[in-house]
Design a protein around this ligand. Structure first.
Ligand SMILES: CC(C)(COP(=O)(O)OP(=O)(O)OC[C@H]1O[C@@H](n2cnc3c(N)ncnc32)[C@H](O)[C@@H]1OP(=O)(O)O)[C@@H](O)C(=O)NCCC(=O)NCCS
Length: 182
């Protein structure tokens, strides 16, 4: 039996008060603001402010997010505290049984409070048929790489996507989720 993630307590840190739920169209402005803020915080030192603005304008325009929200076989989730959107995850299953984690973002002021871990568990729970989860993380994003290693992912390849150097990371899912939440 899974515990209610909303009441989940990890290493003594209560993360209750943070709710994870599927996004609606009404959330898309807040999701865009979260992505712009978190991209600048994470990637300006690596890619430069101008390049990050160019990428996030293209990838995170509200009409692009709206298409992703409506895509089949996908999970577009938000984490909220009160009415404030503080985290976001997007995952889809383009080639079953592989679940692709396309995005995982927590606003800088809320990072390292186990919200990323809860979003990761929530997307995985929504795709019980998936036996593997895959993602690409920017090669110099130490915080992201550390998070995924900490959550059981291993590097399977080095890739270049949209001119960005990345690490493909994967982990098996079968039977792994109960352990993640215990
Ligand atoms: C990566 C991210 C989603 C993790 O979410 P989170 O809620 O901060 O992470 P959690 O609290 O669940 O897990 C904490 C782990 O993440 C990593 N981490 C998170 N913040 C970190 C920081 N400021 N410095 C170093 N490592 C960090 C560490 O491995 C940490 O484990 P530790 O506390 O035992 O050292 C979040 O930090 C984030 O949005 N980062 C910017 C965007 C990004 O890199 N997204 C993923 C790549 S696409």
């Amino acid at each position: 039996m899974f515990r209610d993630p909303a009441a989940w307590c990890y290493r003594g840190e209560m993360t209750s008060g943070v709710r994870i739920r599927p996004a609606t169209h009404d959330d898309l402005g807040a999701v865009r603001r979260l992505l712009v803020e978190t991209w600048h915080d994470t990637f300006d030192p690596l890619l430069g402010r101008e390049r990050v603005t160019e990428i996030t304008d293209r990838w995170h325009a509200v009409n692009v997010l709206a298409r992703q929200l409506e895509a089949p076989d996908s999970s577009f989730l938000v984490a909220e505290r009160g009415s404030e959107v503080i985290g976001h995850a997007l995952a889809h299953v383009p080639h079953p049984p592989i679940l692709v984690l396309a995005r995982l973002y927590v606003r800088p002021a809320f990072q390292r409070q186990r919200i990323g871990r809860r979003l990761l568990a929530a997307v995985t729970l929504r795709h019980p048929q998936a036996s593997r989860i895959r993602l690409t993380v920017e090669v110099d994003n130490a915080k992201g790489v550390s998070f995924y290693k900490r959550n059981g992912f291993a590097v399977t390849a080095e890739v270049v996507e949209d001119g960005l150097r990345g690490l493909r990371m994967e982990k098996a899912l079968a039977g792994g989720l109960t352990a993640d939440l215990s």
